[in-house]
Ligand binder design. Sequence first.
Ligand SMILES: O=C(O)CCC(=O)C(=O)O
Ligand SMILES: [Fe+2]
Length: 278
Amino acid sequence: MLEIRRMTPQVGAIAEGIDVRKMSDETFNTLYRTWLDCNVLVVRGQQLELPEFLAYSKRFGRIDPHPSKSTRHPDCPEVTLLGVNKFNADGTLNQAIYGRGASGWHTDGAYDDVPFKATQLYGVAIPSRGGNTLFASMYAAYDALPDRLKQRIEGRFGAFVYGGRRRAVALLNPEDQDKKPALHLLARVHPETGRKALYFDPGKILRVEGLPPEESDALIDELTTYMVQPGAEYHHQWQKGDIVIWDNRCSYHKAAGDYPPEEDRIHWRVSIKESAAH
Ligand SMILES: O=C(O)CCC(=O)C(=O)O
Ligand SMILES: [Fe+2]
Protein backbone atom coordinates (compact mmCIF):
# COMPACT_ATOMS: atom_id res chain seq x y z
CA MET A 1 0.00 0.00 0.00
CA LEU A 2 1.19 3.52 -0.85
CA GLU A 3 2.83 5.30 2.07
CA ILE A 4 4.13 8.83 1.75
CA ARG A 5 6.43 10.58 4.22
CA ARG A 6 7.40 14.24 3.97
CA MET A 7 11.12 14.57 4.60
CA THR A 8 11.25 18.26 5.63
CA PRO A 9 8.46 20.81 6.03
CA GLN A 10 8.98 22.33 2.56
CA VAL A 11 11.05 20.02 0.36
CA GLY A 12 11.13 16.29 -0.26
CA ALA A 13 8.74 13.35 0.13
CA ILE A 14 9.39 9.61 0.02
CA ALA A 15 6.83 7.17 -1.34
CA GLU A 16 7.02 3.45 -0.57
CA GLY A 17 4.89 0.38 -1.00
CA ILE A 18 4.20 0.73 -4.73
CA ASP A 19 5.48 -0.65 -8.01
CA VAL A 20 5.59 2.09 -10.65
CA ARG A 21 5.33 -0.52 -13.43
CA LYS A 22 1.75 -1.24 -12.48
CA MET A 23 0.25 1.80 -10.91
CA SER A 24 -3.29 3.11 -11.34
CA ASP A 25 -3.98 6.64 -12.53
CA GLU A 26 -5.38 7.37 -9.09
CA THR A 27 -2.13 6.41 -7.35
CA PHE A 28 -0.13 8.31 -9.95
CA ASN A 29 -2.26 11.41 -9.37
CA THR A 30 -1.52 11.21 -5.65
CA LEU A 31 2.20 10.99 -6.40
CA TYR A 32 1.97 13.87 -8.85
CA ARG A 33 0.18 16.13 -6.36
CA THR A 34 2.72 15.25 -3.66
CA TRP A 35 5.51 16.10 -6.09
CA LEU A 36 3.97 19.52 -6.86
CA ASP A 37 3.63 20.21 -3.12
CA CYS A 38 7.08 18.99 -2.10
CA ASN A 39 9.22 19.85 -5.18
CA VAL A 40 11.08 16.53 -4.93
CA LEU A 41 9.60 13.04 -4.86
CA VAL A 42 11.45 9.83 -4.10
CA VAL A 43 9.93 6.47 -4.96
CA ARG A 44 11.84 3.76 -3.18
CA GLY A 45 12.56 0.12 -3.96
CA GLN A 46 11.94 -0.14 -7.73
CA GLN A 47 13.40 -2.73 -10.09
CA LEU A 48 13.23 -1.31 -13.57
CA GLU A 49 14.36 -2.08 -17.08
CA LEU A 50 15.05 0.90 -19.34
CA PRO A 51 11.66 0.82 -21.14
CA GLU A 52 9.88 0.69 -17.78
CA PHE A 53 11.80 3.70 -16.53
CA LEU A 54 10.90 5.57 -19.72
CA ALA A 55 7.24 4.61 -19.53
CA TYR A 56 6.99 5.84 -15.93
CA SER A 57 8.89 9.05 -16.79
CA LYS A 58 6.51 9.80 -19.65
CA ARG A 59 3.61 9.99 -17.22
CA PHE A 60 5.15 13.30 -16.04
CA GLY A 61 5.60 14.90 -19.48
CA ARG A 62 7.58 14.79 -22.68
CA ILE A 63 11.12 13.42 -22.60
CA ASP A 64 13.78 15.50 -24.30
CA PRO A 65 17.23 14.04 -25.10
CA HIS A 66 19.95 15.95 -23.22
CA PRO A 67 22.22 18.28 -25.24
CA SER A 68 25.28 16.40 -23.94
CA LYS A 69 25.36 13.78 -26.72
CA SER A 70 28.48 11.99 -25.45
CA THR A 71 26.73 10.92 -22.23
CA ARG A 72 23.52 9.60 -23.81
CA HIS A 73 22.73 5.90 -23.38
CA PRO A 74 24.11 4.13 -26.49
CA ASP A 75 20.84 2.24 -27.11
CA CYS A 76 18.44 4.92 -25.97
CA PRO A 77 19.25 8.61 -26.59
CA GLU A 78 16.39 9.76 -24.35
CA VAL A 79 18.32 8.45 -21.35
CA THR A 80 21.51 10.06 -20.10
CA LEU A 81 24.00 7.98 -18.15
CA LEU A 82 25.51 9.59 -15.06
CA GLY A 83 28.80 8.28 -13.70
CA VAL A 84 29.67 6.07 -16.68
CA ASN A 85 33.12 6.33 -18.35
CA LYS A 86 34.44 8.40 -15.50
CA PHE A 87 38.09 7.51 -16.15
CA ASN A 88 40.09 8.90 -19.06
CA ALA A 89 42.20 6.60 -21.26
CA ASP A 90 45.30 7.50 -19.19
CA GLY A 91 43.56 6.42 -15.96
CA THR A 92 42.93 9.92 -14.59
CA LEU A 93 39.50 10.88 -13.28
CA ASN A 94 37.30 12.73 -15.79
CA GLN A 95 36.10 15.61 -13.60
CA ALA A 96 33.30 16.62 -16.01
CA ILE A 97 31.72 13.19 -15.45
CA TYR A 98 32.67 12.56 -11.80
CA GLY A 99 31.73 16.10 -10.74
CA ARG A 100 28.69 16.50 -13.00
CA GLY A 101 26.09 18.63 -11.22
CA ALA A 102 28.43 19.18 -8.27
CA SER A 103 29.93 22.58 -9.07
CA GLY A 104 27.08 24.56 -7.53
CA TRP A 105 23.36 24.93 -6.87
CA HIS A 106 21.48 25.00 -10.16
CA THR A 107 18.30 24.21 -12.02
CA ASP A 108 18.40 22.01 -15.12
CA GLY A 109 17.60 23.30 -18.58
CA ALA A 110 17.39 27.07 -18.00
CA TYR A 111 19.29 27.38 -21.31
CA ASP A 112 16.19 26.24 -23.23
CA ASP A 113 13.39 28.58 -24.27
CA VAL A 114 11.02 26.12 -22.63
CA PRO A 115 13.03 25.17 -19.55
CA PHE A 116 12.91 21.63 -18.21
CA LYS A 117 9.89 20.81 -16.15
CA ALA A 118 11.55 17.97 -14.30
CA THR A 119 14.60 15.78 -14.09
CA GLN A 120 14.22 12.17 -13.02
CA LEU A 121 17.03 9.85 -11.89
CA TYR A 122 17.00 6.13 -11.22
CA GLY A 123 19.70 4.77 -8.89
CA VAL A 124 21.48 1.88 -10.64
CA ALA A 125 24.69 1.70 -8.56
CA ILE A 126 25.17 3.59 -5.31
CA PRO A 127 28.54 4.06 -3.55
CA SER A 128 29.11 2.97 0.04
CA ARG A 129 29.43 6.56 1.24
CA GLY A 130 28.87 10.11 -0.05
CA GLY A 131 27.14 10.85 -3.34
CA ASN A 132 24.00 12.51 -1.99
CA THR A 133 21.88 14.86 -4.08
CA LEU A 134 20.96 18.13 -2.34
CA PHE A 135 17.77 20.10 -2.97
CA ALA A 136 16.47 23.56 -2.03
CA SER A 137 13.24 25.45 -2.69
CA MET A 138 12.97 28.36 -5.14
CA TYR A 139 9.75 29.40 -3.42
CA ALA A 140 11.56 29.80 -0.11
CA ALA A 141 14.35 31.70 -1.87
CA TYR A 142 11.84 34.12 -3.40
CA ASP A 143 9.96 34.56 -0.11
CA ALA A 144 13.22 35.34 1.68
CA LEU A 145 14.15 38.21 -0.66
CA PRO A 146 13.83 41.65 0.90
CA ASP A 147 11.14 43.79 -0.79
CA ARG A 148 13.86 45.90 -2.38
CA LEU A 149 15.14 42.83 -4.31
CA LYS A 150 11.66 41.53 -5.09
CA GLN A 151 10.92 44.89 -6.72
CA ARG A 152 14.26 44.96 -8.50
CA ILE A 153 13.71 41.61 -10.24
CA GLU A 154 9.98 41.92 -10.92
CA GLY A 155 9.41 41.74 -14.69
CA ARG A 156 13.14 41.34 -15.35
CA PHE A 157 14.60 38.57 -17.48
CA GLY A 158 17.75 36.58 -16.98
CA ALA A 159 19.68 35.41 -20.07
CA PHE A 160 20.82 31.78 -19.66
CA VAL A 161 23.22 29.53 -21.61
CA TYR A 162 24.48 25.99 -20.91
CA GLY A 163 27.99 26.92 -19.72
CA GLY A 164 27.07 30.29 -18.17
CA ARG A 165 29.70 32.97 -17.60
CA ARG A 166 32.40 30.31 -17.11
CA ARG A 167 31.66 28.71 -20.51
CA ALA A 168 31.72 25.26 -18.86
CA VAL A 169 30.90 23.26 -22.00
CA ALA A 170 33.16 20.20 -21.65
CA LEU A 171 30.25 17.75 -22.04
CA LEU A 172 28.92 19.37 -25.23
CA ASN A 173 29.96 18.56 -28.80
CA PRO A 174 31.63 21.58 -30.50
CA GLU A 175 28.64 22.20 -32.78
CA ASP A 176 26.35 22.56 -29.74
CA GLN A 177 28.46 25.05 -27.80
CA ASP A 178 27.21 28.34 -29.26
CA LYS A 179 23.47 28.43 -28.75
CA LYS A 180 21.82 31.78 -28.20
CA PRO A 181 20.72 32.57 -24.63
CA ALA A 182 17.22 31.77 -23.42
CA LEU A 183 15.33 34.47 -21.51
CA HIS A 184 13.32 33.72 -18.37
CA LEU A 185 11.68 35.92 -15.78
CA LEU A 186 13.66 35.84 -12.53
CA ALA A 187 10.49 36.12 -10.46
CA ARG A 188 8.68 33.33 -12.24
CA VAL A 189 5.21 31.99 -11.53
CA HIS A 190 5.04 28.20 -11.48
CA PRO A 191 2.55 27.25 -14.21
CA GLU A 192 0.83 24.56 -12.12
CA THR A 193 1.01 25.76 -8.51
CA GLY A 194 0.70 29.49 -9.25
CA ARG A 195 3.42 30.17 -6.65
CA LYS A 196 6.23 32.62 -7.30
CA ALA A 197 9.78 31.30 -7.37
CA LEU A 198 13.25 32.80 -7.72
CA TYR A 199 14.02 31.17 -11.07
CA PHE A 200 17.75 31.44 -11.04
CA ASP A 201 20.97 29.61 -11.79
CA PRO A 202 24.30 31.35 -11.11
CA GLY A 203 26.17 28.82 -13.28
CA LYS A 204 23.98 29.36 -16.37
CA ILE A 205 22.97 33.01 -16.18
CA LEU A 206 24.98 35.34 -18.42
CA ARG A 207 23.35 38.58 -17.35
CA VAL A 208 20.22 40.22 -16.05
CA GLU A 209 18.73 41.88 -19.12
CA GLY A 210 18.67 45.67 -19.18
CA LEU A 211 21.35 46.28 -16.54
CA PRO A 212 24.92 47.49 -17.08
CA PRO A 213 27.41 44.58 -16.68
CA GLU A 214 28.70 45.54 -13.21
CA GLU A 215 25.19 45.98 -11.86
CA SER A 216 24.11 42.70 -13.41
CA ASP A 217 27.06 40.82 -11.86
CA ALA A 218 26.44 42.41 -8.46
CA LEU A 219 22.74 41.46 -8.58
CA ILE A 220 23.62 37.89 -9.59
CA ASP A 221 26.01 37.67 -6.61
CA GLU A 222 23.36 39.03 -4.26
CA LEU A 223 20.62 36.69 -5.50
CA THR A 224 22.97 33.73 -5.15
CA THR A 225 23.10 34.29 -1.39
CA TYR A 226 19.32 33.69 -1.11
CA MET A 227 19.10 30.36 -2.93
CA VAL A 228 19.33 28.03 0.05
CA GLN A 229 17.12 28.87 3.01
CA PRO A 230 17.09 27.23 6.44
CA GLY A 231 14.32 24.65 6.67
CA ALA A 232 13.86 24.55 2.89
CA GLU A 233 16.56 22.05 2.03
CA TYR A 234 16.54 18.26 1.63
CA HIS A 235 19.58 16.01 1.22
CA HIS A 236 18.79 12.76 -0.48
CA GLN A 237 20.86 9.76 0.53
CA TRP A 238 20.52 7.27 -2.32
CA GLN A 239 19.57 3.63 -2.18
CA LYS A 240 19.77 1.40 -5.21
CA GLY A 241 16.30 1.26 -6.79
CA ASP A 242 15.33 4.83 -5.81
CA ILE A 243 13.62 6.99 -8.41
CA VAL A 244 13.94 10.68 -7.65
CA ILE A 245 12.14 13.40 -9.59
CA TRP A 246 12.60 17.10 -8.98
CA ASP A 247 10.70 20.09 -10.29
CA ASN A 248 13.12 22.43 -12.05
CA ARG A 249 10.54 25.23 -11.95
CA CYS A 250 10.66 25.48 -8.15
CA SER A 251 13.81 23.78 -6.89
CA TYR A 252 17.56 24.03 -7.04
CA HIS A 253 19.77 21.02 -6.66
CA LYS A 254 23.37 19.90 -6.72
CA ALA A 255 25.31 16.69 -6.47
CA ALA A 256 27.48 16.44 -3.36
CA GLY A 257 30.27 15.10 -5.58
CA ASP A 258 32.12 13.54 -2.66
CA TYR A 259 31.96 9.75 -3.15
CA PRO A 260 35.02 7.48 -3.47
CA PRO A 261 35.94 7.75 -7.18
CA GLU A 262 36.93 4.09 -7.36
CA GLU A 263 33.35 3.10 -6.54
CA ASP A 264 30.45 3.12 -9.00
CA ARG A 265 27.73 5.75 -8.77
CA ILE A 266 25.50 5.25 -11.78
CA HIS A 267 22.11 6.72 -12.59
CA TRP A 268 19.75 6.71 -15.53
CA ARG A 269 18.53 10.23 -16.11
CA VAL A 270 15.80 11.85 -18.16
CA SER A 271 14.91 15.49 -18.78
CA ILE A 272 11.16 16.04 -18.88
CA LYS A 273 9.49 18.97 -20.62
CA GLU A 274 6.03 20.37 -20.22
CA SER A 275 3.54 18.71 -22.50
CA ALA A 276 0.76 20.85 -24.01
CA ALA A 277 -1.30 20.59 -20.79
CA HIS A 278 1.75 21.19 -18.56
O1 LIG B 1 24.09 13.27 -9.74
C1 LIG B 1 23.35 13.97 -9.07
O2 LIG B 1 23.16 13.80 -7.86
C2 LIG B 1 22.63 15.13 -9.71
C3 LIG B 1 23.32 15.58 -10.95
C4 LIG B 1 22.59 16.70 -11.63
O3 LIG B 1 22.74 17.84 -11.33
C5 LIG B 1 21.63 16.35 -12.69
O4 LIG B 1 21.48 15.17 -13.02
O5 LIG B 1 20.98 17.27 -13.19
FE1 LIG C 1 21.44 19.14 -12.49
